[in-house]
Write a protein that binds this ligand. Structure first.
Ligand SMILES: [Zn+2]
Length: 82
């Protein structure tokens, strides 16, 4: 299981993560893996899962999009295209 639960729409890309292998860096440098039920972020050096999140619900995406979150807005746009 991921060590840190993150919100999918949280600013995790700017957040600094530290791995037991000694790697540390911003979330944007982690390897993002889209699983079936979970979205996880892995250490680029040792592939340990550092953080993860459940996929947001449409409701959560709407709240984030209303706050002006560009990714949430894109995400909702994708949902609409289905
Ligand atoms: Zn590591």
């Amino acid at each position: 299981m991921p060590r840190i639960a993150i919100d999918y729409f949280e600013a995790w890309r700017e957040r600094v993560f530290v791995c037991e292998c000694g790697w540390s860096g911003p979330g944007s440098r982690l390897t993002a893996c889209a699983g079936v039920a979970l979205f996880t972020l892995e250490c680029p050096r040792c592939r340990d899962t550092l953080a993860g999140s459940a996929y947001p619900t449409i409701e959560e995406a709407r709240v984030a999009a209303d706050r002006g979150h560009p990714e949430a807005q894109r995400w909702l746009g994708r949902e609409r295209d289905r």
